[in-house]
Ligand binder design. Structure first.
Ligand SMILES: NC(=O)N[C@@H](CC(=O)O)C(=O)O
Ligand SMILES: [Zn+2]
Ligand SMILES: [Zn+2]
Length: 343
């Protein structure tokens, strides 16, 4: 039995760090294990312009604990008023690594997102031309579409048309949750990748709803049926370079989670690597963990993998149930299974 596993230091290709006190409280849980992360721009107000991204990057860098080596990879929040020239300048100076598309109203802080996709075609054209990837929260928001179908409908109605209009555009389907998304990625070999979260490899919708409602398992896109979780497991552990880790670690205080209308998001930064080692071992794929966490993502983004390494050893990890922040406690994702690997 493998007792130790050394892999290149991982990166997180989808991360929410928030701002201010929350940023300072949660960032160390990422920078301890991860060398880089794609930083989501859904602050209030959102990170829309190159100037916003520069200022946010500097606040993140100021919060990195001494001794940790962490590089935030910034993104811009796409709005219908986004200026293609501002995006191109931010890319040219190396400031941003992607632009993020939120359908208006789809998720946390997405009110400024895109309602009419034809209004962003000039920006997408520019991004295709300069090779700047588009990260997508892939869910439609139509009231008449069932929440469990919103990802698969998005693929047909939004994603596929955008890719046909802009075949050179590099697209990342973020936090995929369905076999439909896995199949779509597998059927397209150019300019398309997908991130998969830690929690969607572990939970299905029963975890949220059986035996009482479990707000800490509520995130968006919402977890689906078991067959979809198994499809995600198969994709993540296959070594297929189009699939890579984006934790979507999304801290909300317990006070904001445990409400009649609670926030969506799972906070997985502290125990993600321990959980993933468990998941990959269960699927006899420990040898594919490095590809998923440390190789496929950089390759898609055209970056070199990290030189530094991270070692996991066979020991039950110890971590608290929550992280204290000045805004209140933030509960750490409970994988609901014993874990046997420690970083
Ligand atoms: N995933 C979530 O459930 N929540 C994210 C937003 C997002 O990634 O959609 C958040 O910012 O809280
Ligand atoms: Zn999202
Ligand atoms: Zn997210």
């Amino acid at each position: 039995m493998t007792q130790k596993l050394t892999i290149r230091r991982p990166d997180d290709w989808h991360l929410h760090l928030r701002d201010g006190d929350m940023l300072r409280a949660v960032l160390p849980h990422t920078s301890r294990h991860f060398a880089r992360a794609i930083i989501m721009p859904n602050l209030v107000p959102p990170v829309v312009t190159a100037n916003d991204a520069r200022a946010y990057r500097d606040r993140i860098l100021a919060a990195v604990p001494e001794g940790d080596d962490f590089t935030p990879l910034m993104t811009l929040y796409l709005t219908e008023n986004t200026d293609p020239a501002d995006v191109a300048a931010a890319h040219a100076e190396g400031l941003v690594k992607a632009v993020k598309l939120y359908p208006a109203g789809a998720t946390t802080n997405s009110a400024s997102g895109v309602a009419n996709f034809s209004n962003v075609s000039k920006v997408l054209e520019k991004m295709a031309e300069i090779g700047l990837p588009l990260c997508m929260h892939g869910e439609v928001t139509d009231a008449d579409i069932d929440i469990f179908d919103r990802e698969s409908v998005f693929i047909d109605r939004v994603l596929d048309p955008i890719r046909r209009d802009h075949p050179e555009l590099r697209v990342i389907m973020e936090h995929i949750t369905t076999s439909n998304a896995v199949d779509y990625v597998r059927a397209n070999d150019t300019n398309l990748g997908a991130t998969i979260t830690t929690h969607h490899l572990v939970i299905n919708r029963n975890h949220i709803l059986v035996g009482g409602i479990k707000p800490h398992y509520y995130c968006l896109p919402v977890a689906k049926r078991e067959e979809h979780r198994l499809a995600l497991r198969d994709a993540a552990t296959s070594g297929d370079a189009r699939f890579f880790l984006g934790t979507d670690s999304a801290p909300h205080t317990d006070a904001n989670k445990l409400l009649p209308c609670g926030c969506a998001g799972c906070f997985t930064a502290p125990n993600t690597m321990a959980i993933l080692a468990e998941v990959f071992e269960q699927d006899n794929a420990l040898d594919k963990l490095e590809a998923f966490t440390s190789l496929n993502g950089p390759a898609f983004y055209g970056l070199a993998p990290n030189e530094a390494t991270l070692t996991l050893s066979r020991n039950a990890p110890e971590y608290p149930s929550h992280v204290d922040t000045p805004e209140g406690p933030v509960t750490i994702f409970d994988p609901a299974m014993p874990l046997n690997w420690t970083v």
